[in-house]
Design a protein around this ligand. Structure first.
Ligand SMILES: [Zn+2]
Length: 271
């Protein structure tokens, strides 16, 4: 395992923060990123109807669609002229449909055979392929969007470098990832449980970003970060352990301190 030094900053001050399917998660005390030493690989059979079943949950879907609208608002600010948009890891095509309704010429890319077929039956254009596909023209996209993708891939930096190649100069990269290590709800729970580990790390994930470490890897891939913020997706409904007043306080505090449940980042291809 390559857990002796940090893959992002080379730091050697590491701490274990939990365990997921792929193994033990280490976090770097210097840059904040967390990772599993084992190499992750995409296994099509894992990403089936069960995995994508979360989209059948009406509350979850409505929270996701609200965040997608926030992404589109930010994209509108950075690229008001619109153009071609690629949604990487398009799942069932919800963001592609939303973006098309917002006047983007949008297509999706989805390695799961199950999800790409499901999107097609809903009339959404989603290619069943990966970022390596030669059908994607270099420099041909005005925007590339990845929502909850980077925490699953073997090497986020090479994924981002490929996105950089697909974007035209000045094109926009839009990212959303979970914020599992500095999320105020999770940290509060850990304190209540007197645990030094972050509880409930998502078992399928292999990378654990913080706002700061996400920003750093995006810059390493050649982008300039324009907007970085966190958000709570379903904080008040999803927590059972904390009382209502406490939840509202934490929700308000996390908005001020960039310690919300997910990180959103928008960046431009510099050259
Ligand atoms: Zn580091």
């Amino acid at each position: 395992m390559s857990t002796r030094s940090c893959p992002l900053c080379g730091g050697t001050r590491l701490r274990p923060v939990g365990t997921v399917i792929a193994g033990t998660v280490s976090a770097c005390r210097d840059c904040g990123i967390g990772w599993v030493g084992e190499q992750a690989s995409f296994e099509d059979e894992v990403y089936d109807a069960d995995f994508f079943g979360v989209f059948d949950d009406a509350a979850y879907l409505s929270a996701r669609l609200a965040l997608f609208d926030r992404h589109l608002e930010a994209l509108d600010r950075l690229r008001p002229s619109r153009g071609r948009l690629l949604d990487v890891g398009a799942a069932l095509g919800d963001f592609v449909a939303r973006a098309r309704a917002d006047r983007w010429d949008a297509i999706g890319l989805e390695p799961s055979t199950y999800a790409a077929a499901a999107a097609a039956t809903r009339g959404v254009q989603v290619l069943n392929d990966t970022l390596d596909s030669e059908a994607l023209g270099a420099g041909s996209f005005d925007a590339v969007h990845l929502s909850h993708v980077l925490e699953h891939v073997p090497d986020p930096r090479s994924t981002l470098t490929r996105c950089h190649e697909l974007l035209m100069p000045g094109g926009v990269l839009a990212l959303e990832v979970p914020n599992e290590l500095t999320n105020l709800f999770k940290r509060t729970r850990a304190v209540l449980h007197r645990s030094t580990e972050v509880d409930q790390l998502t078992p399928e994930h292999v990378w654990f970003f913080t706002p700061r470490s996400l920003s750093r890897v995006v810059q390493q891939a050649g982008f300039s970060v324009e907007l970085l913020r966190t958000a709570n997706v379903t904080p008040l409904a999803s927590e059972v352990i904390l009382g209502g007043v406490v939840k509202h306080l934490i929700d308000a505090m996390s908005r001020r301190t960039d310690t919300g449940e997910v990180v959103e980042l928008y960046a431009l291809r510099r050259d």
